[in-house]
Design a protein around this ligand. Structure first.
Ligand SMILES: [Mg+2]
Ligand SMILES: [Zn+2]
Length: 181
């Protein structure tokens, strides 16, 4: 059983501009791509993303799927191999089973790829991104890029506290690689 890192996409790997579905709008957070390159030597990488803009009909599922293909291919050409991306296209009002903070996708992927969840991490710029990893027996890291800084007050009021707060994805990856066991 191999460990994995479940990554949030917007605000964690790329700048969060809201409703990102055009390739020309992708702007990677400085250092993120290189950090992923290092991380994949020890961990299988997955992206789990909430895209409620699809549910609100601000862009279509086809726009999303075409974008995802391009996004993965850009990362792949930069030397990063994301094993798979899982996307929740619903709005909060849909009360679906897959929207983060649901651990649905992590559980599904763990089953499919035989992942050791106890040695795995989740990383993201919302508390729920970090909490998912903790809830499934691993660790959660909160990053201060994207909405991370803005939502620090949420963190202060929350019962759940991430295992680590990182300046950005690079620092999160440093932390993970220092604690590989
Ligand atoms: Mg995010
Ligand atoms: Zn969903």
């Amino acid at each position: 059983m191999e460990p994995a890192v479940f990554l949030d996409r917007d605000g964690t790997i790329n700048e969060d501009i809201g409703n990102l579905y055009r390739v020309e709008d992708i702007s990677f957070i400085p250092g993120a791509v290189n950090a992923l390159k290092r991380l994949q030597e020890k961990y299988q990488l997955f992206i789990i993303t909430n895209q409620s803009g699809i549910g609100r009909k601000e862009f279509s599922i086809d726009d999303y799927l075409e974008f995802e293909k391009e996004y993965m291919s850009i990362l792949f050409q930069s030397g990063v191999n994301i094993v798979e991306t899982r996307c929740c296209p619903h709005t909060p009002e849909d009360l679906c089973k897959c929207r983060k903070p649901s651990t649905h996708f992590i559980e599904e992927l763990a089953h499919e790829y035989n992942i050791n969840l106890a040695k795995s991490y989740s990383v993201g710029d919302h508390l729920h991104d970090a909490e998912m990893g903790s809830k499934t027996g691993g660790k959660g890291i909160y990053v201060l890029t994207g909405h991370g800084k803005k939502h620090l007050d949420v963190l202060k009021c929350s019962d759940y506290q991430p295992d680590y707060i990182a300046k950005d994805l690079s620092e999160a990856v440093e932390f993970i690689l220092e604690h590989v066991n």
